[in-house]
Design a protein around this ligand. Structure first.
Ligand code: TA6
Length: 300
């Protein structure tokens, strides 16, 4: 059931290129969430810049993910062929990162207060999705925006058969310089290096970037992005795998809507259920994977 914005104090719909977005102007923050893919592309508490990175070359087209913010990768993460057998075996082919990010979601809940806003965007199976992935499902993106950015993605199996998924909240973060950025929270954690024959390796200390980086860390929990001028903390829920990605110079040239030097100003830390951490849901079963972002200024 579509929620009407007619009585909303802080939310209205706007048009960005071919796409419709929820534009939120709250006394404490502003935000923009695309209805396509339930993709939040901007969250800026008063007095701060966007906590999320959004490509300056981003285009807003139907059926194409927008470069930045938090794309929702579902019902598989990455290339289908790189997924575990029980996920690959459900269908023959499909787009990288699944189809949820290119579907039109519906605003189904909204509550507003002086402290912030809670809203839910929902996607249910359609003929189009069923042709791609033959299962009945409900997907709910629960946003809780205020002092923090909280996003919880709930998958519900509405079918009479079991299905398996992998998924990720493909969060893009800004930095003044990736070469002066480090990620804490993965010390002594194993990771799969997708750029080195998917070998398992061990992380020692903080993650630093000296080249193209595309790793699946075998843990969730509390992570910290330390950039030259801020510290962003990510608290995850229902996730035991995290993708860390920066395309660096060469890969950047292969990316859509991505300036040649944009790699210096962004990184992705993606809360996931991937590989060993993928999920199998029985009929009626549900799973919630989520993140909570908070941010403060780096100590001088
Ligand atoms: O999450 C990392 C990754 O899988 C990279 O390998 C790269 O493909 C990136 O996602 C971007 O994918 P996209 O389809 O959004 O261009």
């Amino acid at each position: 059931m579509k929620y009407s914005l007619s009585r909303s104090a802080f939310c209205r719909t706007i048009q960005l290129g071919e796409l419709e977005a929820l534009h939120i102007q709250h006394p404490r923050f502003s935000a923009d969430i695309l209805l396509q893919g339930a993709q939040i592309i901007r969250f800026a508490p008063v007095g701060t810049d966007n906590w999320l990175w959004l490509s300056e070359d981003a285009s807003y087209r139907k059926n194409a993910s927008v470069r930045g913010g938090i794309p929702i990768c579902w019902p598989w993460f990455g290339q289908l062929a790189c997924n575990p057998q029980h996920i690959r075996s459900q269908i023959t082919t499909g787009p990288a990162h699944g189809f949820a990010r290119s579907q039109e979601w519906t605003l189904t809940q909204l509550s507003e207060s002086a402290h912030g806003i809670n809203l839910v965007l929902t996607l249910e199976n359609t003929e189009q999705t069923h042709a791609l992935w033959p299962f009945r499902f409900r997907l709910e993106a629960h946003f809780s925006l205020g002092k923090r950015l909280e996003l919880q993605l709930k998958t519900v199996n509405l079918d009479n058969q079991t299905f398996s998924i992998s998924q990720a909240l493909h969060s893009y973060f800004p930095t003044q310089d990736i070469r002066l950025t480090q990620i804490e929270g993965f010390n002594h954690t194993g990771y799969i290096d997708t750029l080195d024959h998917w070998q398992e390796k061990q992380q020692n200390g903080s993650i630093r970037f000296t080249g193209e980086t595309d790793r699946i860390y075998l843990t969730g929990g509390c992570q910290r992005i330390r950039t030259p001028d801020s510290v962003c903390e990510i608290q995850t829920l229902g996730s035991n795998s995290t993708v860390v990605w920066n395309p660096w110079i060469r890969k950047s040239r292969q990316l859509t809507d991505f300036a040649a030097d944009a790699w210096t100003r962004m990184l992705c830390i993606e809360t996931a259920n991937a590989l060993h951490d993928s999920l199998t849901l029985a009929p009626g079963e549900e799973h919630i994977m989520g993140l909570s972002l908070s941010r403060n200024h780096a100590p001088d």
